[in-house]
Design a protein around this ligand. Structure first.
Ligand code: NAD
Length: 361
């Protein structure tokens, strides 16, 4: 894998309309009308039912139905219940209100019905701008890429993020940064995505500590949401690498919380890659205004008071070997070729909450 700004690249922009700005949720019915589908099903998690009600109340002509059962990792049994409601009500579009869980459910429904989607994201996870869907059935999470799941329109209304608790804002923000970090050393890296990645990291790195100090700051929330959009666009545009593989394995195998897992692992994986991707490391460090990428990310995570160890979020110690095996099971592009011992050692450090250790090749 080349570690310079690639001057030979493929760049493909994804088709989606993005509306950004405070209060723009009120345009949802008009956006739905323009998509030719006013009669929607709104999906959300149980905790965000009130918000779904508020969005539904904007639809004065044709009523909106609500399915408030979205859950992490898009479990198949939830999707099949929602699918039954889609068929029963004859809705003409899907609206996801919430984080990656709600958006994942709308994607699963779009995949099976072909209905257009509008996403109103309330976290920084970025799923709304990716053609990626991860679904869980019988304890196994399967991920695939298809344009069939990409929402036609995304409405970023910063006011919907004001209620995101400070701790979740921090972990969700680091989850977003992970997309941009891996985009910078992706096998598909290209100049456009790399510019978005650097900007996304810089916006989030500056905004997240401000959000922690003042969760009601509209200005900091705006910059974080802007950064999250850029980072999500990176995830949708180029292939990810070891960090996403590790988090996928840990989340899927031990049912660990998605954003926490990303927040804990990011500095460790970046330290692991450091010697193999010096150009990307310089760009990450520059965006963080830090001496180097991994220590900058480690310091940011400490400043944001996110969980420091996999043990803290419920990973069993005897799962480390199995996780290392699973991480190595399928080949994927990564700047450094992973091997069992080094992956195991990295997971052991992350499990204990020890400092990341940069490896030279
Ligand atoms: P989430 O959607 O599971 O939300 C976590 C919790 O926070 C939920 O209880 C939710 O109701 C609550 N919440 C969300 N926004 C809130 C707000 N503004 N105020 C108060 N509470 C709020 O968390 P997530 O991290 O956004 O999403 C995780 C899921 O998304 C995982 O299943 C992950 O695999 C998936 N994901 C998919 C992609 C993709 O491209 N396909 C990308 C990122 C994440």
């Amino acid at each position: 894998m080349e570690d310079v700004s690639p001057m030979r690249f493929d760049y493909r922009a994804l088709p989606a309309r993005v509306l950004f700005g405070a209060g723009r949720r009120r345009e949802t019915p008009e956006v739905a009308r323009q998509l030719g589908c006013a009669h929607p099903l709104i999906v959300c998690t149980p905790e965000q039912k009130d918000l779904a009600d508020a969005i539904a109340s904007l639809f004065t002509g044709s009523p909106a139905h609500i399915f408030p059962e979205a859950a992490m990792h898009t479990p198949w049994n939830v999707t099949s219940r929602a699918l039954a409601l889609v068929q029963e009500t004859g809705v003409a579009s899907l609206i996801a209100v919430g984080g990656g869980s709600a958006i994942g459910l709308a994607k699963a429904l779009a995949l099976r019905t072909g209905l257009p989607q509008i996403a109103l994201p309330t976290t920084y996870a970025g799923s709304e701008v990716t053609p990626i869907i991860g679904e869980t059935q019988d304890g196994e999470k399967r991920t695939r890429r298809t344009l069939d799941v990409l929402p036609e329109a995304v409405i970023y209304d910063v006011e919907l993020t004001l209620t995101l608790p400070a701790r979740l804002s921090a972990t969700s923000g680091l989850n977003a940064m992970a997309h941009a970090v891996e985009a910078l050393y992706s096998v598909d890296a290209n100049p456009v995505t790399s510019i978005m990645a650097e900007q996304g990291i810089a916006a989030l790195a500056a905004a997240l500590p401000e959000i922690l100090a003042n969760p009601a700051s509209l200005d900091a929330r705006n910059r974080a949401q802007y950064g999250a959009w850029l980072c999500g666009t990176c995830l949708g545009s180029v292939g990810m690498a070891l960090h996403h593989k590790v988090c996928h394995v840990l989340g899927g195998t031990f049912d660990l919380p998605h954003a926490d897992t990303h927040a804990i692992m990011l500095a460790h994986v970046v330290a692991y890659q450091a010697g193999a991707a010096p150009h990307a490391m310089r760009r990450i460090a520059h965006a963080l205004e830090a001496d180097d990428a991994w220590s900058g990310l480690h310091a940011l995570a400490a400043r944001l008071h996110v969980p420091q160890s996999l043990a803290e979020i419920g990973m069993p110690h005897d799962g480390i070997g199995r996780a290392a095996d699973l991480v190595l099971q399928q080949a994927y592009a990564n700047p450094r070729t992973p091997d069992y011992d080094s992956i195991r050692a990295m997971l052991e450090r992350a499990w204990r909450g020890a400092a990341p250790q940069p490896d030279s090749l």
